[in-house]
Each structure stands twice: as structure tokens, then as C-alpha cells.
Design a protein around this ligand. Structure first.
Ligand code: S3P
Length: 429
């Protein structure tokens, strides 16, 4: 008997059919935070059902917003304006780095003090990257060794020009949210382009900002308006199914209503470089975000090397790409040191689990070298409490010989509570 909280994955023959994935996590967080700052009622349909986005809703509630669900399951947020209410207790960000980092920018601009806390994994993750620039804007922040809990004394912030040292959309968004609440203008320059949902969400709620290459500028003091939106399917959740389909030559997979934002769809380019054919259909724009249907005809005959700006754009998809790498013609990943400070050390977690399945993997300081054409066997997999590790190895397990047990698989609820059930819908055995 596998231990409680474990899931057994049996080998598959094929991936076949069509599905929709839950609402995008990155967009859900941003829309919920901006809805709180926009006086009036926002309605967010297809809001991410994951625990992370629920942490954001609970924090916005604790900051004085009324949040309910309507009979269609949409999230209704009664925004109160740029000045929120002082929370009665610490703001619990759970496992969510996005909640803690982006919300820091909002509470830094309030007239009260807040404490942001997180679970054990979040309390290990680096927060200096938001503390440094927010302090420059005038906030007082106390932390333990630059880690959560963060005690932020909000103030009237002033705009700054800031060059973000690490490529991080969370940091960029934190500073744009702080900039919205600040006096004057805030300019954020990032080393390479990261996902632009913060910029697009601010525009969707009525703010103006300018972008030139990797530089974004926002003027403080702008008033937001509420938003009615249907949140597109999460492209990082879709990635698991696309990678599953890619490793079975007879697969035929269609994913409807999925986010196709170019800063989130680098996986499609990598799969194409490996030899898969991806098609986008019925593409439309919703509040600045591209949404459509993707279909995939598999092909994995060519090796790929992922580095530089592409690594930054693919950061959440790298665990699953590495997990399928032994079945492909080989994958080399470089410049991915950031993976060490995600929900787990994802470079080590992937290496350890691939080795448990019998793969040859070379882990480098900032990536992996994984040769192709390997055969893996089922094994006991440790999720390390990290949702993307659990899901990545559910995919690797589909082409292994024998059964695989994913331990502590309940962590998939962080971004995708129905993941295993949805996987079964498209797996042919
Ligand atoms: C996210 C940005 C990325 C990503 C995370 C979501 C976002 O983190 O890994 O899952 O929504 O902005 P970093 O900003 O730390 O790279």
C-alpha cells in the first residue's frame, strides 16, 4: 500500500483528447490585488482554484475587502480604493511567493503596519529582492535575515528608478504596484524580459504605464476602475499535458481557452525546436492577454539547449521539461540558478527524482545536462512539498516501465487541485 497522500501513476500508451486547465495563477493574483485597490465591484470568472490564489484572496479580505463567490463560481471583489484597512492579524501568504512579494508593494504604500507570514518553504525564500527597493521608496521593513516574516511599516512612498538585479516578474510587479501608490514616477528596469501580466493587469484596471524594451514606467496616484474578466487557462499548467503528449508519438492533444501571452509561451518554441508541431487557433485578446486553443502533434527527435532570456521565460516549465528530457533527444539547461530558490530547490529535486527512476543526469550549478534516449523505471518520487515537482514526475512516470508512486502529492493543490483527475481524462492505456 502506498503511503497516505501518495498517488500511483501507471504507464500510458498515449495522450489523446481535449481539455481546459484552471485559470492562470499569475493573472489571478494580480487581478485580485488590483481589484482590491479599485473602488467598486470586480468580477473574476475562472479565478485560479489553487491554494496560492486563495491565500491572496484571504489577504485582501484581511485588508478590508469584501470577497464572495457568485452562483457561477466567479470571485466578486468589492474594492475599496488605494488605502486599505489595517489587518487585525498577520497576513498569511501560505506557500505563495507571488502573494508575499507582490503584496509587499501594496502594504508598503499604506498608512499602517502589516506583517506578512508564510509556511516553512516560503519562509526560506529570498525577500531581499523586494525589501531593498521598497526601502528605497521609503518603507520601513524588518525581517529575519532577509526572510519572512516581513514587518512592513507602510508610508507615503516616493517613486524611484530601479534596476532589478534578478529577472523576476514578482519583483517587477511589486514595484509597479508600489509605484502606483507612490508620489511621482517609478521606473523599473529588468535584466531580461519577464512575464508582463503586472503591466497588462494595471492597464486592464485603467492605469497608464509606458514600456520601452525592458523598462516600465508608472506614475503614482492613478485611480483604478473595477474589472469584469474571464481569466485564461494557466499556460504553466497546460505545460504538463503538452510535455506528456510530446513523448508519445501517437498523441493528439488539444487545450482550449489557454493563455498564449508571448512571455509565457516559450515552451511552444522549445517543443517546436524539438520537432513537435504546435498550432494556435481561435486566438483572441482579453484585457491585453492573448487566449486561444493549442494543439500538439508530437515530435522529440532534436536535442535542445535552453539558456539566457529563454530560461527566464520558461522558469516554471523547466521541471517538467527536465523530467521528460531522458525520453527526448536530450536537453541542456543553463542560467537557471533561480530554480534553487523556488518552492523547493528544483534543480536538486528533479535530479534526485530522475536518478531514482534510473536516469543519468548531470546537475550543474545552474542547470542540468540530460542525455536523450534513456529508458526509465517506476520509482518512489518525493515531491518535496512542491506542486510542480509532483506534477512533473507524474508526467515522467507515464513513459516509465512499471508503476511510480508520487509521495506528498497533495501539494498539487497549490496551483492545480484537479490535476490527477484531469490527467486521467487524456491518458490512454
Ligand atoms: C511569477 C513569477 C515567477 C514564477 C512564479 C510566478 C509571477 O517567479 O516562478 O511561479 O506570477 O510573477 P519569479 O518572479 O520569482 O521569477
Amino acid at each position: 500500500m502506498p503511503p497516505a497522500n501518495s498517488v500511483v501513476i501507471r504507464p500510458a500508451r498515449n495522450i489523446l483528447g481535449s481539455l481546459r486547465v484552471p485559470g492562470d495563477k499569475s493573472i489571478s493574483h494580480r487581478y485580485a490585488m488590483l481589484a482590491a485597490l479599485a473602488p467598486g465591484r470586480s468580477r473574476l470568472e475562472n479565478y485560479s482554484p489553487g491554494a496560492d490564489c486563495n491565500s491572496t484572496l484571504e489577504c485582501m479580505r484581511a485588508l478590508g475587502c469584501q470577497i464572495t463567490h457568485d452562483d457561477k463560481g466567479a470571485v466578486i471583489i468589492d474594492g475599496i480604493g488605494p488605502q486599505l484597512k489595517a489587518p487585525a492579524a498577520p497576513l498569511d501568504c501560505g506557500n505563495s511567493g507571488s502573494t508575499m512579494r507582490m503584496l509587499s508593494g501594496i502594504v508598503a504604500g499604506q498608512s499602517f503596519a502589516s506583517e506578512l507570514v508564510g509556511d516553512e518553504s516560503l519562509s526560506r525564500r529570498p525577500m531581499k529582492r523586494v525589501m531593498d527597493p521598497l526601502r528605497k521608496m521609503g518603507a520601513e521593513i524588518a525581517a529575519t535575515d532577509d526572510h519572512a516574516p516581513l514587518r512592513i511599516l507602510g508610508t507615503r512612498l516616493h517613486g524611484i528608478d530601479y534596476v532589478v538585479p534578478v529577472a523576476s516578474a514578482q519583483v517587477k510587479t511589486c514595484l509597479l504596484f508600489a509605484g502606483l501608490l507612490a508620489d511621482g514616477q517609478t521606473t523599473v528596469e529588468e535584466p531580461t524580459r519577464t512575464r508582463d501580466h503586472g503591466e497588462l493587469a494595471l492597464r486592464a484596471f485603467g492605469a497608464e504605464l509606458t514600456r520601452t524594451r525592458n523598462i516600465v514606467t508608472i506614475a503614482g496616484g492613478q485611480t483604478l476602475h473595477p474589472l469584469e474578466a474571464f481569466i485564461p487557462g494557466d499556460s504553466s499548467s497546460a505545460a504538463f499535458f503538452l510535455c506528456a503528449a510530446a513523448i508519445f508519438p501517437e498523441s493528439n492533444l488539444v487545450i482550449d481557452g489557454v493563455l498564449l501571452n508571448p512571455t509565457r509561451s516559450a515552451l511552444l518554441d522549445v517543443l517546436a525546436a524539438m520537432g513537435s508541431r504546435t498550432n494556435m487557433m481561435r486566438v483572441e485578446e482579453q484585457h491585453g492577454e492573448l487566449v486561444g486553443t493549442i494543439s500538439l502533434i508530437p515530435g522529440i527527435a532534436k536535442p535542445v539547449e535552453i539558456f539566457g532570456a529563454t530560461t527566464a521565460l520558461l522558469i516554471d516549465e523547466l521541471p517538467v521539461l527536465a523530467a521528460i528530457a531522458p525520453y527526448t533527444a536530450g536537453i541542456i539547461v543553463r542560467d537557471a540558478g533561480e530554480l534553487r530558490v523556488k518552492e523547493s530547490d528544483r534543480l536538486s529535486a528533479v535530479t534526485q527524482n530522475l536518478q531514482a527512476m534510473g536516469a543519468q543526469v548531470e546537475q550543474t550549478a545552474d542547470g542540468w545536462k540530460i542525455t536523450g534516449g534513456q529508458k526509465l523505471h517506476g520509482a518512489e518520487i518525493e515531491s518535496f512539498g512542491d506542486h510542480r515537482i509532483a506534477m512533473a514526475f507524474a508526467i515522467a512516470a507515464l513513459r516509465a516501465e512499471g508503476e511510480t508512486v508520487i509521495n506528498n502529492a497533495e501539494c498539487t493543490a497549490i496551483s492545480y487541485p484537479n490535476f490527477f483527475a484531469d490527467l486521467e481524462k487524456v491518458v490512454e492505456r
